[in-house]
Write a protein that binds this ligand. Structure first.
Ligand code: C2E
Ligand code: CA
Ligand code: CA
Ligand code: CA
Length: 274
């Protein structure tokens, strides 16, 4: 039993150091990727349910790996958050998005996802304003998307960054609403301008009266509080009709458009998309 035990331990050690090695390698690759600017932004439209035109786009990062091709964000963002590399990546995303937005009409707002790690960096709010000043994009054209989990720990720095950002006129959206530790008190304690109802609600709305009731209730809450509501993950015409019927202000999803490179975006005229 003793030798067996040792055997198991050594196998475990080997796989541990292999995992460690793989991890160290991907970290090194991510450093290179940042230096070489191997990242790119794809944009997905948000469409106004009443006017029917594109109100804005969400910037979604991808890694154009020299050998492995296009890598989706969920494969590398968590590692970048653990290693702190999300801070320089986030900065790059912000600057790229602002520069791209300069070429679009004034009514198109660009939304950038911001990690809780970035929000907890002292001076993050001031850095955002510096990027606006550098690029010349108006604050009213920029929106940040944060998740409920970023607000969970009562961080004084987060509070202050959000206050600076909001005071400047940059909008703040609460992403994936309803999946985390949703608390209505967040809507009072933080300067939230937009709620993005998580796509899991829409995927169940046709079969679940409860999911549909939640979408309706959040849309109503938005009206009362002056908060814009969005439903993500609209994939079918029925889902689009449902979102409109429940009074949701904006919609986003594959039915309207897939995330795509800046070069293949629509002309953004105010003609109706839906
Ligand atoms: P998210 O912020 O919730 O972004 C929406 C995700 O849903 C995107 O996945 C988008 O492609 C996908 N999606 C949009 N419409 C539909 C639909 O109709 N059906 C389905 N099934 N999916 C849809 P993506 O691009 O893979 O991004 C995944 C996540 O990675 C994002 O979720 C966000 O949390 C994170 N992420 C992306 N870009 C950034 C970034 O620049 N910074 C940070 N910190 N996180 C980012
Ligand atoms: Ca988002
Ligand atoms: Ca989301
Ligand atoms: Ca998500």
């Amino acid at each position: 039993a003793k030798t067996e035990g040792r055997g198991i331990v050594s196998v475990f050690d080997a796989s541990m150091s292999e995992a460690f090695e793989a991890r160290r390698q991907i970290e090194a690759e991510l450093q290179v990727a940042l230096a070489d600017e191997q990242f790119e932004l794809h944009y997905q439209t948000l469409v106004d349910t009443r006017a029917g035109h594109v109100a804005g786009v969400e910037a979604l990062v991808r890694w154009r790996h020299p050998e492995r091709g296009l890598i989706p964000p969920l494969s590398f963002i968590p590692i970048m958050e653990e290693t702190g590399l999300i801070v320089p990546l986030g900065r790059w995303v912000l600057e790229r998005a602002c520069r791209d937005a300069l070429a679009w009409p004034d009514h198109v707002v660009v939304a950038v996802n911001v990690s809780s790690i970035q929000l907890r960096q002292r001076g993050f709010g001031a850095d955002m304003l510096a990027v606006l000043a550098q690029t010349g994009l108006a604050a009213s054209r920029l929106e940040i998307e944060i998740t409920e989990t970023s607000l969970l720990e009562e961080s004084e720095v987060t509070q202050e960054n959000l206050a600076v950002i909001h005071r400047a006129g940059i909008r703040i959206a609460l992403d994936d609403f309803g999946t985390g530790y949703s608390s209505l008190s967040y809507l009072r304690r933080f300067p939230i301008d937009k709620i993005k109802i998580d796509r899991s609600f829409m995927s169940e709305a046709e079969t679940s009266a409860d999911a549909r009731a939640i979408i309706r209730a959040v849309a109503g809450l938005g009206v009362s509080l002056g908060i814009t509501t969005v439903v993500e993950g609209i994939e079918t015409a029925q889902q689009l009709a449902l979102a409109r019927a429940e009074g949701v202000v904006q919609v986003q999803g594959y039915l309207l458009s897939r995330p795509q490179p800046n070069t293949s975006l629509p002309e953004f005229d105010t003609s109706k998309q839906i």
